[in-house]
Write a protein that binds this ligand. Structure first.
Ligand SMILES: [Zn+2]
Ligand SMILES: [Zn+2]
Length: 216
């Protein structure tokens, strides 16, 4: 893996922050970065302290992290929603202006940078599985640089979508699970046949045990 110190000086400061958070520079990170930056521009966003901005990501890849860094839409605050459809598509919502945009990658990736031969060589090595770790990272690096040099509209389509207010992250009191005794958010608990409240792992264990004894 490339070390953070090797980041070239041409990389913008905000992308450097994303790389520092994520751990490496890769094409996935760049996809997320491009969308986050575009969303900041067209939705006039400031980093979300609370849940003013919401990001809905249609994949769970490296691309998710720039939203956490630049938009403040984080896993912990509940304003980073992951719908794992395996699509390179993102909807960013601004609660204040009640506007939302969906960005979706336009087409299959083709390298357009200046190291075409080297990229093709690395591509071939990767597809036959003979690449070294260094080559794999070099391939990712060339692809990232290429993506960064393109106009946004060449990579992603932008569509204004209807704003529907996403619910705020739920808050609920905790109760002790009647089996393991651990404090558990009450809205996540399961009510057993005898009326006892159980945490999810305990409720699963009980139903497995019941199935086992029914089979005996
Ligand atoms: Zn990555
Ligand atoms: Zn329990």
């Amino acid at each position: 893996m490339e070390k953070i110190e090797n980041i070239s000086t041409t990389i913008p400061e905000d992308l450097k922050k994303c790389i520092a958070f994520h751990g490496h520079q890769c094409p996935g990170l760049v996809y997320g970065y491009l969308v986050a930056r575009q969303a900041i521009k067209i939705l006039t966003l400031k980093r979300s302290r609370d849940e003013e901005v919401v990001a809905v990501c249609e994949n769970d890849s490296c691309a998710v992290d720039p939203f956490q860094v630049l938009l403040g839409t984080t896993a912990g605050k509940g304003n980073l929603i992951i719908k794992d459809y395996g699509k390179n598509a993102y909807t960013i919502l601004n609660r204040a202006s009640k506007t939302a945009y969906r960005f979706s990658r336009k087409q299959h990736y083709t390298y357009k940078g200046k190291d075409k031969e080297e990229f093709a060589r690395l591509d071939a090595a990767i597809s036959e599985g003979s690449e070294t770790t260094r080559e794999r990272w070099h391939h990712k690096h060339l692809k990232s640089e290429d993506l960064l040099s393109r106009p946004f509209d060449e990579v992603f389509s932008t569509e204004k979508v209807e704003f529907s207010m996403p619910p705020y992250a739920p808050l609920a009191r905790s109760e002790a699970c009647s089996t393991c005794g651990e404090m558990t958010m009450s809205t996540k608990m399961v009510c057993a046949d005898n009326g006892n409240l159980l945490c999810i792992p305990c409720s699963k264990k009980i139903s497995t045990d019941q199935r086992k004894s029914a089979a005996e």
